[in-house]
Design a protein around this ligand. Structure first.
Ligand code: TPP
Length: 806
């Protein structure tokens, strides 16, 4: 058998071809049956929500034949057939995820954390060691926001380019000379997202081996291509990206999703040019259907016309494959029917087994709780509440851990009124189960566990008598220089980072010295700058992605929040992408150049470390520290610090600043003032004025907002001064509220305070431009002075009478 393929031929014996086709058909039918039964499980109440890959089986089976070990996928919730074909997703796994089974063996994609349909394979083990990714078919973890796989896809593809062009030591786990393809999948409607266009443009510029398949079923839930896409066709709309004989660009291919042979030809051609020449390819897979509708949330009869529904029945890709198999004589109708019957029966049995497996450990715990019933009744002298709790428990049919814990908490309330003897074993059972389940739900927020931060040896910066005073930017630059030499997999990129060495010259000369693959300029496209970083970090490189100003992080906040920040959590620690983000902010002027919005970041980026060094030595120390661990982090340098003189440390590239620790930069007795970043300079200046009034301020640099003061040192300071002020240039209720929450909830400072704490923040509006604008928008030295003075008035009104204008 040979198939014509744009000059290439796929040679395969007819016997092998036949068995490949039959094997593919079996997977298609199995996958479809999972979708059909899965949907029913939701309707019967066993699962909460179902989204499946029905109608997209065939193109995924074709793609699978060209997906090699070492390749990567960034896709979305329709791709179950591909993973099934690769042996990475079993029927039983599909049902376990529908039930949100917390057991990682049974539900390996997220241990019940994600809705079904979100797939992944591990890139690390639980000790944070890389797996050999060259030996695996890699699936970077899917996320629900449509189009959000695109930024990461760019980085996954770019890593091949970097590995092909740089000789990086110890890279065999990540690449074989850059021969890996990053396969993307996306729905037709999601191509309307900005991130899609950003990524396509960047891939065309960078010429990276990305093969993106668009599963086009004509709709995005109920909205048709007519309302989604110019010319109702994404491949038509993108024609300007098509490469020509003289210009590089994309190879754009179109194929019908029900045509098995054409799909095989198309994927064969695409994979060849992407793998060998690093040409990005877009495959528009048309004429697909969605036989069960978008998801379990509604039915497509509501928005599809009768004729469309009829057409979908005829062009169902599985049905078309079936017809083709019979017409070509690959199998008889009877043989096909036997295959189908067997599969339907197998899937049903496995579904039942998956439900029983999910329920059995919970039922076992229920039995354990029931064992305590008579003792608890006896101890509580037959308290009627205990009777009620147990009889309610008996009535629950499909039981979850929450039902047991909820019953247990009600029992605990009753027990609180009795002497704690006789029910210790019950309490032990309750505590263990509570801890077990909450750990199952809440572990792995950070890829570098906070408790392990202490284990890293820190090296202090060394200063000598003759150490020079230099501009801050020199410290940053020379420190990066050392890091480039020390880590051959360090890659830095961003807007204006390459040729001019960043807008503040902190990377001056680095591109010249280390080349364009290690230090590069990017387009103005923050979302895919972060995506590049995620993909590169995922594949073993150590990227530092630069976002030029903190204000523009809003453009990539969604990707940072949805993808990077959730990666460790959503994969239960099976994946990481230790990306470092470099940016600059704080204390500048103007609505879009002040870099103050820390609360926004803190709220949305739990899972990422957020570091706010007060000067460039601290910043360099954080970069040096982050290179030692595998954890995504953002370092926000002080924009007005690049020209401020600092002492040049001797051990650049080596010294580290501990993460999650505060630094007391001035000791005092009367009041603890907390701040971070550039604002600290104002606080320090104010301390002198306060001292003139006899107020001794203890000033603490928070410097690490996430993680926050892991050793609870602030509490020690407040227990000494008994007064607290937080100075923050963010809006009221922004980062200052987060800081106070940490102090009240985690450090329990409330009882140490003699006066009400003060949160001195900027105004609610964006900071105005100019000197007056700054003075009236953000905390000034006068504001800081007066606020501290007023706190002192509370306990010493005679010594510090209220200032009259207030
Ligand atoms: C950013 C975002 N907006 C909206 C949604 C809700 N939503 C989920 S799927 C979907 C339609 C996607 O259609 P398409 O890209 O064609 O993929 P299909 O589901 O048809 O395969 C929408 C609007 C979402 N998940 N993310």
């Amino acid at each position: 058998m040979s198939v014509e393929n744009k000059g290439e031929e796929i040679k395969i014996s007819y016997k092998d071809f036949k068995s490949q086709v039959i094997s593919d058909y079996k997977i298609a039918v199995t996958s479809r049956e999972c979708s059909v039964l899965g949907r029913r499980e939701v309707f019967s109440g066993k699962g909460k929500f179902g989204i499946f890959g029905d109608g997209k089986e065939l193109p995924q089976l074709a793609l699978n034949h060209f997906f090699k070990k070492g390749d990567y996928r960034a896709g979305y919730y329709r791709d179950q057939t591909l993973l099934m074909a690769q042996g990475l997703l079993s029927v039983s796994n599909i049902f376990a995820s529908l039930y949100a089974d917390l057991d990682l063996e049974r539900e390996p994609m997220s241990g019940g954390r994600q809705m079904g349909g979100h797939f992944m394979t591990a890139n690390k083990n639980q000790s944070n060691e890389w797996l050999n990714l060259s030996k695996i078919k890699n699936h970077s973890g899917d996320i629900s926001p449509t189009g959000s796989q695109m930024p990461r896809l760019l980085g996954l593809a770019q890593a091949s380019k970097i590995y092909r062009n740089l000789k990086i030591k110890n890279s065999k786990n990540f690449s074989d000379e850059g021969n890996e393809i990053a396969w993307g999948t996306i729905g037709n409607a999601s191509t309307s997202e900005g991130m899609f266009f950003e990524a396509i443009n960047a891939a065309g510029v960078l010429q990276v081996p990305m093969v993106i398949s668009i599963w086009d079923d004509g709709y995005g839930i109920s909205v048709s291509n007519e309302e989604q896409t110019t010319k109702q066709s994404i491949s038509e709309a993108l024609k300007g990206f098509q490469r020509t004989n003289t210009e590089k660009g994309f190879e754009i291919l179109s194929v019908n999703g029900w045509d098995y042979l054409s799909l095989i030809e198309t994927y064969n051609f695409a994979s060849k040019i992407a793998r060998s020449e690093h040409v990005p390819v877009l495959i528009h897979v048309k004429e697909l259907t969605q036989p069960l509708g978008h998801s379990s949330s509604g039915s497509h009869e509501r928005y599809k016309s009768k004729s469309r529904l009829e057409w979908e029945k005829i062009y169902d890709c599985n049905l078309k494959m079936r017809e083709w198999i019979i017409n070509e004589g690959i199998a008889t109708e009877l043989e096909i029917e036997d295959i189908e019957k067997q599969i339907v029966s197998d899937v049903r049995n496995i579904r039942r087994e998956a439900w029983n497996n999910y329920q059995s450990p919970i039922i076992k715990e229920k039995e354990n709780l029931i064992k305590f019933e008579s003792t608890l009744k006896k101890i509580t002298h037959n308290d009627p509440h205990i009777h009620l709790i147990y009889s309610h428990l008996e009535k629950i049919e499909e039981i979850g851990y929450k039902d047991l814990i909820s019953a247990g908490r009600k029992i605990n309330l009753v027990l609180a009124k009795y002497d704690y003897s006789g029910f210790e074993s019950y309490i032990k059972w309750f505590k263990e189960l509570y801890e077990f389940v909450s750990n199952k739900i809440s572990s792995n927020l950070y890829s570098h566990p906070l408790k392990d931060l202490e284990k890293i040896n820190c090296t202090k910066p060394i200063f000598e008598k003759e150490s020079k005073m230099v501009d801050g930017r020199i410290i940053i630059r020379d420190n990066f220089d050392k890091l480039f030499t020390k880590y051959d997999n360090l890659i830095m990129f961003g807007e204006d980072v390459g040729k001019i060495g960043d807008v503040n010259q902190g990377m001056e000369g680095m591109q010249k010295k280390y080349g364009k693959y290690r230090v590069s300029d990017t387009g103005i496209r923050e979302s895919t700058i972060i995506g590049q970083g995620i993909g590169l970090a995922y594949r073993g490189l150590r990227p530092i992605a630069e976002i030029q100003y903190l204000d523009y992080i809003l453009y990539c906040l969604q990707i940072l929040s949805d993808d990077l920040a959730t990666m460790s959590y959503r994969t239960v620690g099976k994946q990481f992408a230790p990306l470092i983000i470099r940016t600059r902010g704080h204390r500048l002027e103007g609505i879009w150049h002040s870099g103050s919005q820390m609360g926004g970041l803190i709220n949305l980026l739990q899972g990422i470390y957020i570091l706010t060094p007060r000067n460039m030595t601290q910043a360099a120390g954080f970069y040096n520290m982050l290179m030692k661990i595998k954890q995504p982090a953002i370092v926000i340098e002080s924009l007005n610090g690049y020209r401020v003189k600092e002492k040049l440390p001797k051990n650049l590239g080596e010294f580290t600043i501990p993460i999650g620790e505060i630094e007391t930069i001035l000791e005092g007795e009367d009041i603890t003032i907390l701040s971070y970043g550039s604002t600290l300079r104002l606080v320090m200046n104010t301390a002198k004025r306060l001292l003139q009034e006899g107020i001794s301020a203890e000033i603490i640099d928070l410097q690490s907002l996430i993680p926050f003061d892991l050793k609870n040192k602030i509490k020690e300071s407040i227990s000494k001064t008994n007064r607290l002020m937080i100075v923050d240039e963010d809006i009221p209720g922004g980062a200052s509220a987060y800081i106070l929450h940490q102090l009240i909830d985690k450090q329990n400072i409330f009882n140490f305070l003699d006066s009400a704490p003060k949160l001195l923040t900027a105004t609610a509006h964006r900071p105005a431009y100019g000197g007056d604008g700054d003075y009236f928008s953000k905390p000034s030295e006068d504001d800081i002075f007066e606020a501290a003075y007023e706190i002192m008035n509370d306990s010493k009104p005679n010594k510090y009478p209220l200032i009259s204008y207030k």
